[in-house]
Design a protein around this ligand. Structure first.
Ligand code: ZN
Length: 227
């Protein structure tokens, strides 16, 4: 089940986005470093083109190191393509007799919109109703990060978090609410009402049972982070 998710959505995305197609020789440290170097050089050359074409001089002092810095920054900002969710939660699932709602809220994240490659940032709130297993608390923010550190739209990111939780834990229900501010709307001064957005994904009992949804929203309101 997990393997399938890994194969299709994680490695699949990473490989296609990078355009190299070396899906099966991971674990070869030398190869990984070489591919990273090739990727960096390609990004650097593209950033130089951008600088030149917006009217800058890529060779002036302040900009000389910029293409390389951008390439390295993307390693982190867009590092979610290469995270393996199976490894991410490895050893952190526990059999527990606990059937009450688990809520992890105010998970800060930074992502980049796929339409403009500009940041959007905010908070994710995740709840689930355990089936037979629970997951270590620290793993949920890492799952959010894995999806945030890709080119995203907020709606899809919200669903991807919920679906991964569902896939991994087979819970009775999953609820995810994401609230975020979008720089592409704020900086360009367009449609201010779209600069801040709230999205949600409800699966299982959260979808079918209003009382569960209401309890989740009560949790979010409790510390006034969610309005
Ligand atoms: Zn955008």
């Amino acid at each position: 089940m997990l393997k399938e998710l890994n194969g299709t959505s994680i490695n699949g995305n990473g490989v296609h986005q990078n355009g190299h197609g070396h899906a099966h020789d991971s674990g070869d440290a030398m190869g990984v470093e070489n591919r990273k170097e090739v990727r960096h050089q390609a990004i650097e050359s593209a950033v130089r083109d951008i600088l030149h074409n917006v009217g800058e001089n890529p060779d002036r002092d302040g900009l000389l190191g910029t293409p390389n810095r951008v390439a390295r920054a993307y390693d982190q900002l867009l590092g979610g393509y290469t995270v393996d969710p199976v490894k991410l939660i490895n050893g952190a699932m526990f059999d527990v007799e606990y059937d009450e709602m688990v809520v992890v809220k105010d998970i800060e994240f930074f992502s980049m919109c796929e339409h403009h490659m500009l940041p959007f940032q905010g908070r994710a709130h995740v709840a689930y109703l355990p089936g037979k297993q629970v997951v270590g608390l620290s793993k949920i923010p890492r799952m959010v990060d894995m999806f945030a550190r890709r080119l995203q739209i907020q709606e899809r990111m919200t669903h991807e978090i919920a679906e991964l939780m569902d896939e991994m834990l087979s819970p009775r229900g999953v609820a995810v609410v994401v609230e975020a501010s979008h720089m592409c709307a704020q900086m360009r001064g367009v449609e201010k009402e779209h600069a801040y957005m709230v999205t949600s994904a409800m699966l299982g009992e959260f979808k079918t049972d209003k009382a569960q949804r209401d309890e989740f929203y009560d949790h979010l309101r409790r510390q006034a982070t969610f309005k």
